[in-house]
Design a protein around this ligand. Structure first.
Ligand code: PLP
Length: 487
């Protein structure tokens, strides 16, 4: 092990300094702050030199794994490559140096970008209008459900307090529904992974606000009976919510608006190639059909008759969901992605993502258990190794992949199988990378028989080895200060 491979966080030495703040041109005299808000003692900050800080973060970043360093087949997360031109556009001074409280007349170009992105997403999904204000997919879900609740409220239809969520749904769906104050009713999947219409039928009555669906669902399968489901839900007065976090396979091919969905969210940080991981920043725009446009959150960007963009707030809105207008840097990146591909090329992303997923699935299904053997969309799920006699678990396979330089797939999700391994390669990977991954997955299946101990104790060559996840969860160390950590 090299010296810098050790994780040393306590670097502070009294008196060391790496930076001094410039003299502010504004009034910073102490009496600018009211008495009670002023600090009485200096803040306890680490005292480190510039070189210490640079080395600390550079070495930390070398221990990290990102889509720029290697293949990242994390199912349901769409870790596609983020083209560098997105970054270039987001760092243009005209975008990054503005202030959210500037008068509208001085940020017309910014509002135009917001408006154009809204129009592009509407065209791509078949919805009438969008809000780009939510900061994440889960917040998009909450916003969409607030829109649905507001819609029923405005019609005086107050009985509708239940929302139907399939058992295969992403965990955020029931969580968002609960935060929105709706009661979650679960609908079962059939053995082929799709919603069981016969289980759905008896749930539909005048207390149903709507249904949340993911299509393709979290098993990567397209809900082929979606038209029938839409009709049943609409006939009972409910609305259809579409979780479009993983919109990749449908890009330019099929539109949720045409399938009958009333509300949806997209994850710009997945499908529209903006960086994510580590918790943000993201963007979860929400699109709605025309009859719900008045319920979208405040404020909305509209184009006035005078050709000027304005911020509109309305009484019928479901309220505000963000301080300003969302994560604008993410919006710039997504808009750049859409414009650089263009209408003609964006429709190639979906089929390529589907082809790549099916290529891996077919190449590995003789060593890994494929519980639902059919053509998948952008991702698919194995249920561990085919040969269960070796005692090798999905966790062992995932940890061993790290030794070979690949990020692990999503594991133990969805909950429908005990040893789930969910793989999503995305369209941005080359055949050579996919072949390399397939070769390693096959080698791990051989190791499971020949040398199971090697897998149980993996990973062997990462900066930290297999972690004690229970202790990490029960006894988290949340400060760099050794003296404050519980031993
Ligand atoms: C990622 C994901 C979400 C949540 O998105 P966040 O931006 O992480 O909040 C919701 N639903 C599905 C299907 C997802 O894959």
């Amino acid at each position: 092990m090299k010296y810098y491979d050790k994780l040393i966080f306590e670097l502070s030495k009294p008196g060391r300094c790496g930076y001094s703040l410039p003299v502010s041109p504004w009034n910073t005299t102490a009496d600018a702050l009211p008495e009670g808000l002023r600090r009485t003692a200096a803040a306890e900050l680490p005292e480190v030199s510039e070189l210490d800080v640079v080395r600390h973060y550079t070495n930390l970043s070398n221990m990290n794994f990102g889509v720029d360093t290697g293949f990242y087949p994390l199912g349901s997360c769409t870790m596609k490559y983020n083209p560098k031109i997105n970054e270039e556009m987001a760092s243009l001074a005209c975008f990054k140096d503005i202030h959210p409280l500037q008068p509208e007349s001085t940020v017309q170009g910014v509002l135009e970008l917001y408006y154009n992105l809204e129009r592009s997403l509407s065209a791509i999904t078949g919805m009438a209008n969008f809000t780009l204000n939510p900061f994440a997919g889960a917040q998009g879900e909450l916003t969409g459900l607030m829109v649905i609740r507001r819609y029923h409220e405005l019609r005086g239809d107050m009985k509708r307090t239940k929302i139907i969520v399939p058992d295969s749904a992403h965990g955020t769906n029931p969580a968002s529904a609960a935060v929105c104050g709706l009661d979650v009713v679960e609908v079962k999947s059939k053995p082929d992974g799709r919603i069981d219409i016969e289980s759905l039928r008896p749930l539909l009555d005048d207390t149903i606000a709507g249904i949340m669906m993911t299509n393709p669902n979290t098993l990567g399968l397209f809900e082929s009976e979606i038209k029938e489901i839409a009709k049943l839900v609409h006939d009972c007065g409910g609305l259809l919510y579409y979780d479009g976090a993983n919109f990749n396979p449908l890009l330019g091919m099929v539109r949720p608006g045409d399938m009958g969905f009333d509300v949806l969210h997209l994850n710009l940080h997945k499908t529209f190639s903006t960086p994510h991981g580590g918790g943000g920043p993201g963007a979860g725009p929400v699109g709605v059909a025309a009859h719900l446009a008045d319920c979208l959150p405040n404020p909305r960007v509209v184009l006035g008759a005078d050709g000027k963009y304005q911020l509109l707030t309305s009484e019928t809105s479901c309220g505000r969901v963000s301080g300003f207008m969302g994560n604008f840097g993410v919006l710039i990146r997504a808009y750049t992605y859409i414009l650089s591909l263009g209408k003609e090329n964006i429709r190639m992303a979906g089929p390529l993502a589907v082809l790549n997923a099916n290529y891996i699935k077919e190449s590995l299904k003789d060593c890994y258990k494929l519980p639902i053997d059919m053509t998948c969309m952008h991702e698919f799920v194995f249920d561990g190794l085919l040969d269960k006699s070796t005692g090798i678990t999905t966790l062992d396979v995932a940890k061993r992949l790290l030794d070979y330089g690949f990020h692990a797939p999503t594991i133990y999700f969805p909950l429908l199988f005990h040893q789930a391994i969910m793989i999503e390669p995305t369209e941005t990977e080359s055949k050579e990378t996919l072949d390399g991954f397939i070769e390693v997955m096959r080698r791990i299946a051989e190791e499971a028989i020949a040398n199971p101990e090697e897998l149980h104790s993996a990973p062997h060559n990462t900066p930290v080895r297999r972690l004690d996840e229970t202790t990490a969860a029960k006894n988290p160390i949340l400060t760099y200060r050794e003296s404050l950590c519980k031993k």
